[in-house]
Design a protein around this ligand. Structure first.
Ligand code: ADP
Length: 374
C-alpha cells in the first residue's frame, strides 16, 4: 500500500532534524506534502485549521512533551490521523507511554531512514483509519439505539392511548366507539410488530454468513428479481442489466442487497414508469463497482449520507418502511470489505454504487486492501 500525496505534519523544534527527516522521505521516492511545526502550541494551531493524514511528533518539544500532543490528537474527533512518535535511543518507556496514549508507531531518531519512516507512516495511517471507522460505527450504534427506542415508543403510546380510551368508554357504558379504538390500537401494535421484525433482521445481517465463494452477480440479480417478480410487475418497472462479473462474496447477502436497492427504486419512483439500470465497472486492478441507477424521486444533497443510517427516512409520504433497508445494505458492504454511497443521476433519479474487492481478504492479508476500500 502507498499513501503518496498525503498530508504530513512534522513536529520537531530542531530545524536540522526536520530537514533530515524531509530529505529521508524524499530520497525514498515518496511524495508526501510535508508541513512543519516547532512547538506543541503551533502544531495545535495547524491541526485546528488543516487535516493531516499523519503526524510525526518529536518527544522533546520546547513548550511541552510530544506525548501531550499525541494524547490531544488521539482523543479529538477531527477524523483519522496517524501518529508516529519520534525520540532518542533507549527510551522504551516513552515508546510504551506513547502507544498507550494513542500513538500508532514509534521510531528512534538514530534509526531513521526513509524506508523505515515511510513504513511507519503507512502503518499509522492505516491503523488510524481503522480506529476512526470503528468509532464511527460505535457512534452509529448509539444513535441507532436511541432512534429505535424513539420509533418504538410512538406506536406503543398509540396502543396504550387507544386501549385507555376503550376502557373508559366501557366503564361509562358507551360501547359504540370501542371497536374503532381497538382497531386503532391493533394498527399501532401491528406497526410495532413489523418494526421489531425489521430491527431483528437488521441486527442479524452479516452475523453468520455462509462461506465466502465466487458469486456470479448475474445469478444474484436473477434470484433477486425472481423473488420480487410481483412487485416489479405491478409497478410497471423495467430492469436493464449489463454483463455482471463474478466476485468473491456471500450470495444470500448480495441477493438481499440488490432486493433492497431495486425495491427502493420502485418505491421511490417519480411520475415516470421506473427504469432501473444495473451495471458493473472495474475500479483499479482488484475491485468492482456495482451500480443500481434509477429514474426516481432522487435524494436531496443533504440527505445522501444520512439515508444509510438506521431508521433515517426522507420520503415518508405514501410509502411504508422503517428506514432500515440501506442500513442493511451498508452492513452487507462492510461484510464484503466494501462501501456504498449514492449520487444523483443525470436527468433525474439516483445511482447507488457498491464498491467491493474482487477477492475477499483473509485475516492475514486484510492490510493489503486498496486504500479506497479502507
Ligand atoms: P425505507 O425505504 O424503509 O425508508 P431505506 O433505508 O431503504 O428505508 O431508505 C432510507 C430513505 O432513503 C428512504 O426513506 C428514502 O427517503 C430514501 N431512498 C432510498 N432509496 C431511494 C431511491 N432509490 N430514490 C430516492 N430515495 C431513496
Amino acid at each position: 500500500m502507498s499513501n503518496d500525496g498525503q498530508n504530513i505534519l512534522l513536529v520537531d523544534d530542531s530545524q536540522a532534524d526536520r530537514r533530515f527527516i524531509t530529505r529521508a522521505l524524499e530520497k525514498c521516492g515518496r511524495s508526501f506534502t510535508i508541513d512543519s511545526a516547532d512547538t506543541v502550541a503551533s502544531a495545535q494551531k495547524k491541526i485546528a485549521q488543516n487535516h493531516y493524514d499523519c503526524m510525526l511528533i518529536d518527544y522533546r518539544l520546547p513548550d511541552a512533551d510530544g506525548l501531550a500532543l499525541v494524547e490531544c490528537v488521539s482523543t479529538s474527533d477531527q477524523g483519522a490521523t496517524g501518529l508516529v512518535m519520534i525520540s532518542g535511543e533507549g527510551s522504551e518507556a516513552v515508546a510504551a507511554r506513547a502507544i498507550r496514549l494513542g500513538a500508532h508507531d514509534y521510531i528512534t531518531k538514530e534509526k531513521i531512514d526513509g524506508n523505515r519512516l515511510s513504513a511507519a507512516i503507512d502503518k499509522a495511517i492505516r491503523s488510524s483509519k481503522r480506529e476512526y471507522n470503528k468509532l464511527q460505527q460505535q457512534l452509529m450504534m448509539e444513535n441507532f439505539a436511541s432512534s429505535a427506542a424513539h420509533d418504538l415508543a410512538n406506536p406503543l403510546n398509540g396502543v396504550i392511548g387507544f386501549i385507555t380510551l376503550a376502557k373508559s368508554q366501557l366503564e361509562a357504558q358507551r360501547p359504540d366507539k370501542v371497536p374503532e379504538f381497538l382497531d386503532n390500537a391493533l394498527t399501532s401494535a401491528h406497526y410495532m410488530q413489523q418494526l421489531v421484525v425489521d430491527l431483528l433482521h437488521y441486527a442479524r445481517t452479516g452475523a453468520s454468513p455462509e462461506a465466502c465463494k465466487p458469486v456470479d452477480l448475474t445469478d444474484v440479480l436473477e434470484t433477486a428479481t425472481t423473488v420480487m417478480h410481483e412487485v416489479i410487475a405491478s409497478s410497471g418497472g423495467t430492469i436493464i442489466a449489463e454483463n455482471l462479473p463474478t466476485i468473491e462474496g456471500y450470495k444470500t447477502e448480495l441477493v438481499q442487497l440488490l432486493q433492497n436497492l431495486i425495491g427502493n427504486s420502485l418505491k421511490y419512483r417519480s411520475h415516470l414508469a421506473p427504469v432501473i439500470e444495473i451495471s458493473a465497472y472495474r475500479h483499479g486492478a482488484n475491485s468492482w463497482c456495482l451500480s443500481v441507477a434509477d429514474n426516481g424521486l432522487g435524494v436531496p444533497e443533504g440527505d445522501r449520507k444520512k439515508i444509510f443510517s438506521p431508521l433515517y427516512r426522507v420520503h415518508r409520504k405514501n410509502t411504508s418502511g422503517a428506514g432500515l433497508g440501506l442500513a442493511i445494505c451498508t452492513k452487507i458492504m462492510d461484510l464484503h470489505h466494501g462501501r456504498i454511497w449514492c449520487e444523483p443521476r443525470e436527468g433525474g433519479g439516483t445511482i447507488f454504487n457498491c464498491l467491493m474487492p474482487e477477492r475477499q481478504p483473509t485475516a492475514q492479508n486484510v492490510d493489503d486492501l486498496p486504500d479506497h476500500l479502507i
